[in-house]
Design a protein around this ligand. Structure first.
Ligand SMILES: N[C@@H](CCC(=O)N[C@@H](CS)C(=O)NCC(=O)O)C(=O)O
Length: 261
């Protein structure tokens, strides 16, 4: 089985909810699900699947789709970050992932949707495309499980086909990645407008903070992008939502590909 089982999260987590998270290495969407499980203090088992081969496996497991993150929660099958947020909120209302006030909840849900529909396209288009230029970096996204212990020669042999497959699955390449890089400053400005309005980055992190913060945190794994993000309020939100994320891509962007502004 092309799955890798990681140990359940440590004691102190609530044992009454049984959860298994299916994910792949390096995806911000997996990080969103993990950070929300931690927010809810739900003990979970992490199953890491191999990029691209995860699709038939998730389909065969009966999630009704072929993407990750996919979560079984109290025997319920839940697919996708937004559905996972709602299933967790229902199973464990405290601490909340959404404001109790209806108007504020609607604002948070709008931003969560923007995070999933719009902001998600930035790491999706940029990160694997950049990793193709620094193939040793691809292995740095794998931090846990037996993949992390594979010999260097095997990691090098697997990196190119796996990263290339990921680039194809994400329908990216030079055009989409460069367009995303050019649009990144505008997206960061939008995040900061939402922080100023108090919809993001409040006292209690919400599903929208995890959705937006984890996407930005993964972009910060690129040496070319981290300095543009980390010193800004958007970068501080990213680190708060996702203090640690594996992965490090060295300088690979050409000067004309770097975001300006
Ligand atoms: N919007 C979905 C995105 C899920 C998604 O695109 N997952 C990627 C991995 S990061 C995937 O499984 N892609 C395979 C595919 O799109 O066929 C979510 O938030 O869960």
């Amino acid at each position: 089985m092309l799955a890798i089982l990681a140990a359940p999260r440590a004691a102190g987590y609530r044992r009454s909810v049984k959860a298994t998270l299916f994910t792949i290495a390096g995806t911000p969407n997996g990080a969103i699900a993990e950070r929300m499980l931690e927010h809810k203090r739900v003990e979970y088992r992490r199953v890491e699947l191999l990029q691209t081969l995860h699709k038939p496996i998730v389909r065969l497991l009966g999630f009704g789709g072929n993407t990750v993150p996919a979560l079984t929660l109290d025997r319920r099958k839940v697919l996708g970050t937004r559905a996972i947020a709602r299933a967790l909120e229902e199973a464990r209302p405290d601490p909340p992932l959404f404001p109790r006030d209806e108007a504020r909840r609607a604002e948070v849900e709008d931003v969560e949707r923007w995070g999933e529909e719009v902001l998600q396209t930035f790491p999706r288009r940029i990160v694997l495309w950049a990793a193709l230029r620094d193939l040793r970096a691809a292995a740095s996204f794998v931090e846990r499980g037996p993949f992390a212990r594979l010999p260097d020669w095997l990691v090098s042999a697997l990196a190119r086909p796996l990263v290339s497959a990921g680039v194809r699955v994400n329908r990216t390449g030079d055009g989409p990645a460069r367009a995303a890089l050019a649009e990144l400053p505008e997206a960061l400005d939008h995040v900061e407008e939402l922080i100023r309005r108090g919809v993001l980055g409040g006292d209690q992190l919400t599903a929208a903070d995890y959705q937006v913060g984890c996407q930005l945190r993964v972009l910060m794994c690129l040496d070319d992008l981290r300095p543009l993000i980390e010193a800004r309020p958007a970068g501080r939100l990213a680190v708060r939502a996702c203090p640690h994320h594996p992965g490090h891509v060295g300088h690979v962007l050409r000067p004309d590909e770097l975001p300006s502004g």
